[in-house]
Design a protein around this ligand. Structure first.
Ligand SMILES: NC(=O)c1ccc[n+]([C@@H]2O[C@H](COP(=O)([O-])OP(=O)(O)OC[C@H]3O[C@@H](n4cnc5c(N)ncnc54)[C@H](OP(=O)(O)O)[C@@H]3O)[C@@H](O)[C@H]2O)c1
Length: 287
């Protein structure tokens, strides 16, 4: 059996949809925090069990019988994130999994300027230390993230974000398909993968240009200092800690941490990954 965590999330739900085209439903199980939210999967014949990385005792039941476990990095910020991911890895190993797959990030590094990358690097290190065969899928930066930064630009014509750097924005759908392939086709992706990215990189200058083309409006990119952006973000209701978290992404981008592309994703899914332009068009309702 293949057990997948985080199956009600944006990535996990797409992975399940992809897997159901490759693997019989009765060979799939999901570990979710709220089984009621996965009732549609139960209806499709998938085993649904409760599992929360912050309550590790329950993971033994959620992972029981799993030969392969896909651990989707939990959406947890701060120190608890590594602890949670490690609890899931330990539970997968104790359940007898002979292959553990983890959704890491293209820029996982212990020296990153963006906090989640430290979590991914520490989780990858722990996974490698277990001795269980593993895959760390170094997922590209979600293209949907652009949507968090363009909202007011569509109203004001001014895209006001901090200085940034190129990012190889990558679509959830493509990353989900790659994960499904990795789960269904054993041996295809082993160890820490190359970055799983779309083939192009884009700065927010480029985002503004594409938004202008898509909407037919003039969208001007207005660079802000980190302090100016933080003040405006807090004024708009963002908690200070969340603003600092987001600034980490811009600092890392300026440092070139996301300025990498690799052909692996295209090779795994067998087609050109979706462009950032296409995702942007969908975000603004023109896709
Ligand atoms: N590559 C990138 O650019 C990027 C960007 C942002 C985030 N991420 C990472 O990718 C992950 C999946 O992305 P997404 O778009 O699917 O995010 P999402 O829709 O917000 O889903 C978050 C997932 O985290 C799981 N989760 C949260 N707390 C948990 C806990 N205590 N125990 C077990 N699972 C827990 C949820 O599981 P349930 O289904 O059980 O609720 C859910 O599937 C995120 O959680 C984050 O670690 C990557």
């Amino acid at each position: 059996m293949i057990v997948i965590t985080g199956a009600t999330g944006q990535l996990g739900s797409r992975i399940i949809d992809q897997l159901l085209t490759r693997v019989p439903a009765n060979e799939l199980g999901v570990s979710v925090r709220d089984p009621a939210s996965a009732s549609s999967l139960a209806d499709r014949g998938v085993r649904v069990r409760a599992g929360d990385f912050t309550a590790p005792a329950g993971l033994a039941d959620a992972f029981a019988g799993a030969e392969r476990v896909l651990i989707i990095s939990a959406a947890i910020r701060g120190d608890g994130a590594v602890r949670a991911n490690i609890a899931a890895i330990d539970a997968a190993r104790e359940a007898g999994a002979r292959h553990i797959i983890y959704t890491s990030h293209q820029a996982a590094s212990p020296t990153s300027l963006f906090a989640p990358q430290l979590t991914h690097a520490a989780t990858e290190d722990y996974l490698a230390s277990t001795g269980v065969p593993f895959t760390a899928l170094r997922n590209g930066f979600y293209a949907s993230t652009m949507g968090h930064h363009i909202g007011s630009a569509l109203q004001t014509g001014r895209l006001m974000v901090p200085q940034d750097g190129p990012v190889s924005w990558t679509a959830h759908d493509d990353l989900a398909e790659a994960a499904a392939v990795a789960l269904a086709e054993e041996g295809l992706l082993d160890g820490v993968t190359a970055p799983l990215t779309a083939p192009e990189m884009l700065t927010f200058d480029g985002v503004a240009g594409i938004l202008g083309e898509i909407t037919g409006r003039v969208i001007t990119r207005v660079p802000l200092s980190d302090d100016e952006w933080k003040v405006s973000a807090i004024d708009s209701g963002m908690p200070s800690a969340a603003a600092d978290f987001t600034l980490g992404m811009f600092r890392a981008a300026r440092h070139g941490e996301f300025a990498v592309t690799d052909p692996l994703l295209q090779a795994v899914i067998g087609r050109r990954p979706r462009s950032a332009r296409s995702v942007l068009a969908q975000i603004v309702g023109r896709g």
